[in-house]
Design a protein. Structure first.
Length: 354
């Protein structure tokens, strides 16, 4: 055995010892988490970290190695913070908008005991799930009348996150005003663009001036703050109760059968479910997409949905989203193998029940 082989054996032995010690260290970190959770202490303690680095670096006798060991300690403590954040966020569910928004209502149906994390944008919800501040995110995906929320599909394409569940929430829009207001008093109506669009017939009939707002709950919050009988919001009955508003007109949806489909996003891909979604790209050549459709049919799956969106930074080329139902895990695996042969890229986006 030469010197290189002996060194590699020694490195492997040390790595095994370090792996065992790492698990022991993280078990101790878990105890720290439980204490911080009970006492409300912050995760990051920069003063404590500086002391640990100084104290432990002093244990290194080789002066050349001291700065390298200090870097190792910093990386190790960064991992500890990430682990603490993950444990503390296991019951945190992020959503876009304020309390009372339809996303928040869907979250309460899906996670009745979860801690809701309210964020301003869809991007922030995705970032919160990706960096571990939230275990899941609840995002509107499409509406039975207004169609899909294209920006959400683009975020799914860009992030390494998964759809872990879908949920259909019946949406009933109401016109909300301040206490004492009458329908005849209203001149200006505020709401999310989709809510305004879905109530278009009623709003035009009443000749209201409409104003787009980030979401329905924020619109209701604004109307409540203004306390002006000429201002009203399109939102849910739950939102009216939350912000102390009065329902001036019920069920103003143009189509009474109005449902918004929400997706729950997470970092881990579930192993089982009766449907699954794929994202893929194909060569920009005749018949490329039809080969995918044929492969899906031959595998025995029903394609319930197919969407296309422009590929970022690739002008006039597109990526595709499909939702498939039926089959079993081996069938899905065989389809994935076939699609890897005929597609440029393919990603299993989610496995879930609906």
């Amino acid at each position: 055995m030469n010197q290189l082989e002996q060194a590699r054996i020694r490195i492997d032995e040390v790595d095994r010892q370090m792996a065992a010690l790492f698990e022991q260290r993280m078990a101790a970190v878990r105890q720290v988490i439980e204490y911080k959770q009970a006492t409300g202490m912050p995760i990051l303690d920069t003063g404590r970290e500086a002391q640990v680095i100084e104290k432990n670096t002093a244990l290194i006798t080789d002066e050349v190695l001291k700065p390298y060991y200090a870097d190792l300690l910093r990386a190790q403590m960064a991992l500890s913070r990430q682990y603490q954040a993950w444990v503390l966020s296991r019951d945190v569910v992020a959503h876009q908008g304020v309390e009372g928004a339809y996303s928040h209502i869907a979250l309460r149906h899906l996670f009745p005991r979860g801690r809701a994390l309210s964020l301003s944008t869809f991007d922030e919800v995705f970032d919160a799930v990706a960096d571990g501040r939230a275990a899941y995110g609840v995002i509107p995906f499409e509406n039975s009348n207004a169609g899909d929320v294209s920006s959400v599909l683009d975020l799914l394409y860009r992030h390494d996150l998964h759809i872990v569940q879908m949920y259909d929430l019946p949406v009933r829009h109401n016109l909300l005003g301040v206490p004492g207001a009458k329908l005849r008093d209203v001149t200006d109506v505020f709401s999310h663009p989709q809510a305004l669009h879905q109530s278009d017939d009623f709003l035009k009939k009443m000749d209201f001036v409409t104003h787009e707002w980030p979401n329905t709950a924020k619109a209701a919050q604004y109307v409540a703050q203004q306390n002006d009988p000429s201002k009203a919001a399109v939102a849910s009955a739950e939102t009216a109760e939350l912000y102390g508003l009065t329902v001036l007109a019920e069920g103003i949806n143009t189509d009474g059968d109005n449902t918004t489909r929400f997706v729950v996003i997470g970092r881990e891909l579930p192993a089982s479910g009766d449907r699954f979604s794929l994202l893929f790209t194909v060569d920009n050549k005749p018949g490329a997409l039809s080969r995918v459709v044929q492969a899906v049919a031959e595998a025995g799956f029903n394609m319930e949905c197919i969407k296309s969106r422009p590929r970022p930074h690739v002008p006039f080329e597109y990526y595709f989203y499909i939702e498939l139902v039926g089959g079993h895990t081996p069938d899905r695996d065989r389809l994935m193998d076939r699609m890897n042969e005929i597609c440029q890229q393919v990603r299993l986006l989610g496995v879930y029940n609906k």
